[in-house]
Ligand binder design. Structure first.
Ligand SMILES: Cc1ncc(CN)c(N)n1
Length: 218
């Protein structure tokens, strides 16, 4: 059985992967030069994204319950869903801390494009292998990005530490590793056309993440 398809894809797409996980917006948080209006723009748009991400994760859970032979897939995905409840509450608190009115936020192009992909992935015609690969990619980009801002030599502003810990902490890293193992296990047995679809979704997600970070600059 082939092992570690996803690590190979990361290597093969190293340039795009680095743009997504070491984006200038994230690096500006890490070196303490971040423009807080960019942070607020990201906060508004990410709240909209996460509201659309919840039904996507629910659809992955449904697919796991129907298509996975391994019970632990469901448990890991369900844990991710539960964490999203907390995440939505965090966005609301963070928005009030920064005087951001979430009810008035208009989605930007990058948010709309990303949510359109989520809609395609929610579709029952999208297979579980592609959906869970996409799920891993979306979570892993945030984990790798925000963990940079927690490194010992980082100068992350104190006001942004909570946000960085949310996705950069070790537990979230372990959770992303679990998702990667699930996706890799299914990819190892997937027919070529499914692998192709999953790889396309992976690459598209990296690009959409870059566009999403770019949007924070306005
Ligand atoms: C755009 C985006 N990508 C990923 C995540 C992590 N769930 C997020 N909150 N927003």
């Amino acid at each position: 059985m082939e092992k570690g398809v996803l690590k190979r894809w990361i290597k093969e797409n190293d340039g795009l992967h680095s743009q997504a996980t070491r984006h200038p917006f994230i690096l500006s948080i890490r070196d303490g030069t971040v423009d807080f209006s960019s942070y607020k723009r990201w906060l508004e748009q990410d709240y909209l994204f996460v509201r659309n991400f919840v039904p996507f994760v629910a659809s992955v859970l449904v697919k796991a319950s129907r298509e996975s032979e391994n019970d632990s897939d469901m448990e890991i995905i369900l844990g991710g869903m539960a964490a999203l409840n907390d995440e939505i509450l965090w966005f609301k608190k963070e928005a009030s801390k920064w005087n951001v009115q979430l009810s008035h936020v208009v989605p930007q192009h990058a948010t709309e494009a990303y949510c359109r992909l989520l809609e395609i992935l929610i579709n029952p015609e999208t297979d579980y292998t592609t959906a869970v690969t996409a799920f891993w990619a979306i979570e892993a980009v945030y984990q790798q990005s925000f963990s940079l801002c927690l490194e010992s030599d980082s100068k992350t502003p104190a006001e942004l530490m909570q946000a960085c810990r949310r996705w950069g902490n070790d537990d979230f890293g372990t959770y992303c590793e679990s998702l990667r193992r699930i996706a890799d296990r299914h990819l190892a047995h997937a027919p070529e056309d499914v692998r192709k679809k999953a790889e396309e979704a992976f690459k598209l997600i990296l690009q959409l993440e870059v566009d999403f970070w770019n949007m924070s600059f306005g």
